[in-house]
Design a protein around this ligand. Structure first.
Ligand code: 3PZ
Ligand code: ZN
Length: 371
């Protein structure tokens, strides 16, 4: 295997080196030249982990944090703005399932609420009376599966709705606004797969579109020609895995781009020159896990970074460590922080499925066998 240095002036292939060694050499070069590093420190795209940061998973605090969203101010109405509520419910419910505390949620109320978000077109909106969107349709299906009541969904009309959003070039719009994005390809594939109706979609043309979004650096963007981004890579890799078409791409090249997302702090960023963020721990690690290359990341420093994102008073995870006003835990970073630790095999957590971001337990036979 060979890789290129992640720097503009060194395009020589390095033969016979493992990727991790190459990254160490790259970082070593910067460290050995303190004046240069010091000069650039103001522009450094990384964080320091405060000494006082948590050093282990505070599992009990997180389930309390999530449950608080249900108890306080009459349910999800307070925290989750209406336009993201069904997604917010999935993040919360999934975090509770991963921490083995699902029984503490008000299943009946949540299921009724989600079902009340269903529209005549077959899709689900974020709240009752809101237009359908693929993101919320997938989150509704995922929530019903987590509560083991998928039979309450009308699988056929949901898949008709999804099918209606596929374009002639194979791409998908998220809703009637007409915005095309590779994220919506994953939403469509995952929704129809989970409902046992993947064949409702034109998979061949969808995969042809995904491959047009595949960049020479090994990453994927939102549309053909868009820059590579970790979140988009997760969506495209996940969709290809559901379609059984991962062999169509160069796994090592993609995994290398993803491995370069690890910063000195141990955290992962979404693209070059951006700050690390705990939600990218999930998008990057899940992608590497699907590609069978989880060992491209240094686990020890990665875990330290994720632990440091926990709020040791309120529970929950923030986007990155910090001790100032910007440190603020939310359900989104909480579920993806927990899911990332589950990928590393934390034994106090349920095992997570890297494609669907749900417990392997609740998916059962709906899981995709990859290797
Ligand atoms: C956040 N959304 O558009 S959002 C999201 N982001 O609905 C939910 N990391 O301001 C929460 N950034 C917090 N609770 C943030 C979901 C975004 C992602 C923003 C974010 C995360 C850094 C800036 C897009 C799946 C679904 C949606 C997204 C990604 C993946 C926001 C800003 C945006 C949004 C919500 C709240 C706090 C929570
Ligand atoms: Zn984030």
């Amino acid at each position: 295997m060979y890789v290129y240095m992640n720097s503009k002036d060194n395009k020589e292939p390095i033969v016979g080196l493992k990727l991790r060694q190459v990254i160490r050499i790259h970082r070593g070069n910067v460290r050995r030249n303190p004046s240069f590093a010091g000069l650039l420190d103001f522009a450094r795209k990384d964080v320091d982990l405060p000494q006082s940061s948590p050093k282990k998973l505070l599992k009990g605090l997180h389930s309390n944090f999530i449950q608080q969203y249900e108890k306080d101010k009459g349910g999800y109405h307070y925290i989750m703005a209406e336009h993201l509520r069904v997604s917010g419910i999935y993040w919360c419910v999934n975090a509770m399932d991963l921490t083995k505390e699902l029984h503490r949620m008000s299943a009946v109320e949540i299921i009724d609420y989600v079902l009340s978000c269903r529209n005549k077109d077959g899709g689900y909106g974020p709240a009752p009376g809101h237009d359908s969107h693929l993101l919320h349709t997938l989150c509704a299906v995922q929530t019903l599966i987590i509560f083991d009541c998928l039979q309450k969904a009308d699988a056929e009309s949901i898949c008709e709705y999804v099918k209606g959003l596929q374009q002639d070039d194979g791409s998908f719009c998220g809703d009637l606004s007409g915005e095309v994005d590779t994220r919506f390809t994953l939403c469509s594939f995952a929704t129809c797969h989970l409902l046992g109706r993947l064949s409702a979609l034109n998979i061949d043309s969808a995969v042809r579109f995904l491959k047009r979004c595949y960049n020479t650096d090994g990453g994927f963007g939102t549309r053909p020609g868009s820059e590579s981004h970790s979140g988009q890579i997760y969506c495209c890799i996940g969709a290809l895995a559901i379609a059984g078409r991962l062999d169509d791409i160069d796994r090592d090249r993609t995994a290398e781009w993803l491995a370069f997302r690890q910063c000195d702090s141990g955290g992962l960023n979404g693209r070059p020159e951006k700050l690390p963020d705990v939600c990218y721990s999930w998008w990057v690690l899940a992608s590497l896990s699907i590609l069978g290359r989880l060992d491209f990341i240094d686990q020890t420093s990665m875990k330290k970074f994720i632990y440091a994102c926990q709020d040791d008073e309120t529970g929950g995870f923030a986007d990155r460590p910090g001790d100032c006003v910007s440190f603020f835990a939310d359900p989104f970073h909480t579920v993806f922080g927990i899911a990332a630790l589950s990928l590393f095999g934390d034994e106090t957590l349920e095992e997570v499925d890297p494609i669907f971001c749900m417990t392997k337990k609740c998916l059962g036979d709906l899981r995709i066998e990859m290797f």
